[in-house]
Design a protein around this ligand. Sequence first.
Ligand code: ME8
Length: 519
Amino acid sequence: MKKIFYVTTPLYYVNADPHIGHAYTQIATDALARYRKSLGEEVFFMTGTDEHGEKIEKASIESGLKKGDEKSFVDDIHKRFKDLWVRLDIRYDFFIRTTDKEHEDAVKHILDELNKKGDIYKKKYTGYFCTPCEMFWSKFQAKDGICPDCKRPLESIDENNYFFKLSKYQKWLIEYIEKNADFIKPSSRRNEVLGLLKHNELIDLCITRPKSRLGWGIEVPFDKDYVVYVWFDALINYISGAGYPHNMKKFKSLWPADVHIIGKDILRHHAIYWPIMLKALGINMPKTVFAHGWWVFKGEKMSKSKGNIVDPNYLLDTYGKDVFRYFLLSEIPFGVDGAFDEESIISRHDSDLANDLGNLLNRTLTMAEKYFKGEIPEKPDSDDNTEGGGNVKAAAGMLPEKIKTNMRELNFSGALASVWELINTANKYIEDSKPWTLFKEKKEDQLKWVIYNLIESLRMITIAISPFIPSTSQAMWKQLAFKEDLDSVPFQAITQWGLSKPGIKVNKEKPLFPRIRQK
Ligand code: ME8
């Protein structure tokens, strides 16, 4: 059976509306999924929402609903995520909700399995819980009753609970991470996890809450007085959504996941709890957990609970989806933090999109109209000795490998920068070859070469940007008037120079990115 490329995002909490941080993970994952599809691979891109737990129960009550009405609350909010994904052109293959029956059944099945195996036991829990982070902290970890992550006061807990034996697998996990360099990426995160595991003893994970404290969760199959801890429930989505255990044929074609894309805030859960859960179940590890950085706003992580979020719908209304997608993907390397400010969106728009990309398309099509009645010229028999023609072909020749190398490392900004190298070389080519002079001097063959080379560069650029800014790419394709459906054009098509068909009549429209600030 052919292995399908399986990529996931975190399941976002539905306690509030989606924000830029969520959009960021989503856009990056979408770009990766589209890129892998363009390589001809079958891809399964799964995303969804995390709908149980204390935080959501609290948000539901605060919204004015009664305790017990959480399902109608999550039914409403999860749609806002789906709506935003439509607006952002996110083309996922499956949307999982942790309130889906198949997922809930999988969680119960897994708990029964681990319980039978002896990896679950009951004992008194005395420690802390942080509702905004949905995290248990021991008295040792949070000495002063303050959450080590979000620095808010913790809730003190003294209750009987079920525990999962994390500590039993600590040695195995250290060895696994050491042997598998690609398991946690980037390497700074891998080192962080290894440091944590080597210098601290893992504490067994509390995986339940008594129903008397929390009603909104999946019932523990072997003890009806408890519900499952939200993280233990949510992590299971990566296998339940892939068919485990109800559709093992599907599961075998998907698992192991190729990459779980997450933010660095939830690294511990994905790089410690999750592999140990899988190991205890006898399931192979995902190939890679990639933790990207944070968007910070005025020096602090943008988050719902801190209330410093920028509404993605506002940015979409103001700048459009591709400006938003391009900004997030190009502004910072995937893996490091970035400061968000709206002025940077405007300057990226005006420089990269309006000045470089938009201008290249517009100038080229204007010249094709003026010199060749809008038709892509024939390649002349004479040699191409246009000034700068060799540079354009060289830049185009290097493009596929540069994109591949960057995308192997999920370096979206690097992949885009390599496309912009070609864009800039092509713009310089216009200056160097001076088509207006060639026209005046009636050097028709050379003029044909220039316009043909520019159209050919634009063909490659359009295909290359399609995973990142798909609607711009569609609009460019339409203006270039190529006949094939862009979605079915493979990445392979940029590995060959000279595929643009002469004679096609281009279809120039108004500029794609009019400048926001005038020069
Ligand atoms: O943690 N910058 O959900 P969540 C960049 N339900 N990315 C950010 C971000 C920021 N400022 N803020 C959020 C949960 N993100 C759990 C996950 S998975 C089984 C359960 C992104 O709604 C980033 O991907 O808090 C981060 O890891 C995720 O949203 C957290 O979303």
